[in-house]
Write a protein that binds this ligand. Structure first.
Ligand code: SPV
Ligand code: MG
Length: 293
């Protein structure tokens, strides 16, 4: 039988509650290639990190066409399935289904849509996180499902805890989004412990698989998520934050010392760069395809 497609691979990872899977953030081709080399089996095309790498704020400043262009670079740069952070879908049901079709064309394996209003604001910024009406957002999910069927994994993300609406409202939304055809529920929290996530999971009873983003509650060991039969953990922004720290240090030293000598041992070698982007493959292709003088 044929090798599983990327969407089948992502679906298998996200739908298994007996095996915890991990999606690593990518925001460009390079970060995708590095995550793959490290051994990750799937990628999260992070809205925050992609915006950041473009010099935008995570407030829908980048357009859906910016996003799909970056997703294409991520998809082309690894063999891994990519779950794309689709924010709220950039508008109503029509914008959301257009985004989903374009992501499918660019090779994404899944899309996560959150029940925020356009323009969204990153979940960790400020206190204003107005939620979409449940029925309106369910319509966005149904429109996406009708547009792409099972060719993309559809993750419905609940921002009710971020918005301070409490557990009952969050569970109510999860059931509505399951009814609308979501394949999994992403429940987000800005607390520094996993308590509210674990009580959500307890109340939810695994009607659909659960995806979490432990950016603020990073101290909780993943064994707690295995025990709770959570399906997927997203490391949502760590390569971007590593890049910021590393670039800040190297820029600071080079300007202060007017020399690159002291940073040389701490930065990637050019050979590592050439290896990551498979320059050797190009050399081999040149030998095959260029005329020999
Ligand atoms: C992202 O990575 O863009 C996310 C996760 O959506 S968070 O920033 O935590 O909202
Ligand atoms: Mg995001």
């Amino acid at each position: 039988s044929a090798a599983p497609s990327l969407v089948e691979l992502l679906r298998a990872q996200i739908s298994s509650s007996s095996e915890l899977s991990f999606l690593m953030e990518a925001h460009d081709g390079l970060s995708a290639a590095i995550a793959e080399r490290a051994g990750f089996k799937g990628l999260w095309a992070s809205g925050l990190s992609i915006a950041c790498s473009l010099g935008y704020r995570d407030a829908n400043e980048a357009s859906w066409s910016h996003l799909v262009d970056v997703v294409e670079r991520i998809v082309d740069s690894s063999q891994l399935p990519v779950l794309v952070d689709g924010d709220g879908g950039f508008g109503n049901f029509n914008n959301a289904r257009l985004l989903a079709r374009k992501l499918l064309q660019r090779g994404a394996a899944g899309v996560a849509l959150e029940d925020s209003c356009f323009p969204k604001m990153n979940s960790f910024v400020g206190d204003r996180h107005p939620l979409a009406d449940i029925d309106e957002f369910s319509g966005r999910l149904r429109a996406v499902k009708d547009a792409v069927a099972d060719d993309l994994v559809l993750v419905a993300r609940i921002e009710a805890l971020i918005a301070g609406h409490g557990m009952d409202k969050a569970i109510l939304r999860a059931h509505a989004y399951a009814d609308a055809g979501a394949d999994a529920i992403l429940i987000h929290s800005r607390q520094s412990t996993a308590d509210e996530i674990l009580s959500f999971v307890n109340a939810w009873q695994n009607r659909l698989p659960i995806v979490i983003v432990p950016t603020k509650y990073y101290r909780t060991p993943v064994s707690a998520y295995r025990n709770a039969r959570i399906s997927t953990v997203i490391w949502a922004n760590h390569s971007m934050r590593a890049a910021i720290a590393a670039m800040r240090q190297v820029c600071g030293r080079i300007i202060a010392e007017e020399s690159a000598a002291s940073v040389e041992p701490n930065i990637a070698t050019l050979d590592e760069l050439f290896e990551l982007l498979r320059y050797d493959e190009l050399a081999g292709a040149e030998a095959r395809y260029l005329p020999h003088p």
